[in-house]
Design a protein around this ligand. Sequence first.
Ligand SMILES: [Zn+2]
Length: 434
Amino acid sequence: MPKNKGKQVVSKQVSNLSKKLSQGNYAIARGLFLDALDLADNAKFQIEHKEHPINNEKDPTGKNDLFIDTALLGSPDAKRLLVLVSGTHGVEFYAGCGIQVAYLHQLASGKMTLPKDTAILFIHAANPFGAAWSSRFTEDNIDLNRNFCEHPVRQRNLGYDGLAPAFEKHIYQWWQHPIFLLSLIVIVCQLAVSYLKSNYYYRDPSLFRDGEPFRKQQRSTQSGQYHYPNGLFFGGFAPAKSNTLLRKIVDQYCLDAEEIVFFDIHTGLGKKGDLDIIHAAIDIAKDTSLSRCDAIFGPGRVSSSKAGRKSTSEVSVGKLPSGLLTQIVKQQQKQKGTTPTCTGVTLEFGTYPEVGTFLALWARNLQACDENTQKISGELCKQVFKQFFCVDDAQWLQGIIDKSFEVIQQTTDYLSEKESESSSQSSKFVNRAI
Ligand SMILES: [Zn+2]
C-alpha cells in the first residue's frame, strides 16, 4: 500500500508559504503578498496601501506601519467583481493571506483566469492591528465582524450576559499568582455555574436536549455583544477604524459593478481542515443571495443558521457581518440609482477543537486587556494563540488553499455562464434589430 495514501500532496511553494506564515509575523506575511503581486505583474493591478490611522501605532517590532492593502485586477468598470478579503479577525489573517498569495500565483501562471468583463479585488489584512498583534480583535478590542451595524446596538446577548463575569479582566490576576491552579479551578467552576445559570434562566431549555449544550452556549456567546467593552466578541459602541477604512474601500471599488461575489476568509471553527461556506445575508427587502449561493456552490452546500441550515456560525446579535455588503447595495442605490446583485459568503476553515479555540480566545483577551499579564506572558502567548488560527502544518494549508480554489472556480464558472447568457441575449437583440 502506498505510504502517503489519504495524505494531501503538498507543493514546495505551499510548504514554504506555510513555514513563513505560521512562524513569521505581519511584516513577513505582507511581504509575501506584495511579492506575489510583483510576480503576477503589478502593472496590471491598481494597488493601494491604506495606512491604518491608529495613533501612528506600529507592529510589535516597532519598525513597520500597519496597512490595509488593496489590489484590483481587471477594469474598474468591469460588470462583475469578485472580492477576496483576509484578516477581518486579525489573527485569522495568516491563513487568508496564504490563500490570497496562492491565488495570485495561479493568476500569474495562467492556471486560473478570470472571466470576461470580470475584475477581482484583494483586500489584504482588513484588521491590520489584530493581524500584527495576534489578536482576533482591533486596537479597541472590537470584533470587526460584529461592528458593521447601526450603533448603538441595544439588543442584549443573554447567553453572553450569563458568562460575562468570567471574561472580565479585573476579576482575575492569576497569571501572576503562585496559586495559579487554584484560580483556574475557580474560573472553571464559575464558568460552569454561569453556563447553567444563563441556560436555565435565560435560554431555551431544549438546548440541553440536543446533545451539544457546551457548543450551543459557546456559539451563542460568540454571536456578539455590545455591552462589555473588555469582554469577548464586543461589537463596539461605534464604527472601528478598520470599519471606516473598509467602507471607503468598497465605495471606491464596488459601486460600478452590476454583480459582486464577496469572500471573507476566516479560520477557527469546524473540524480541522474542513470548509464551511457560510451565507452572509444582506439587510435589504428582498435578499435572494442564498438561492444564488445554491446556484454557484450547489444546492444546500452553503450553511446558514438564519435559514435553518446547520452552520459553524450562530445567528448574530443585531444586523451583523454582512453589513459591508449591505453598505455596497445601499451606497450604489444612493449614488448611482442602480441595485447590484450581491452574494456574500464566509469561508470558514476548521483548525483545532472549538473548546480549545474558545479557551485560547478567552486567555488571549485577558492578556490583551491587562498590561501586567502582557508583560508576563508576552510573545509566547501570542505565538501559541496564533497556532489556533493558522495551523503550523503545510498539509492543512494546502488543503484550505485547494478548497478555496474550488469555490473560486465555481464562482468564475457561474459568472462565465452569466456572461455568455447575457452576450447571447444581446446578440439575439442585434439579430432582431437587423
Ligand atoms: Zn473569524
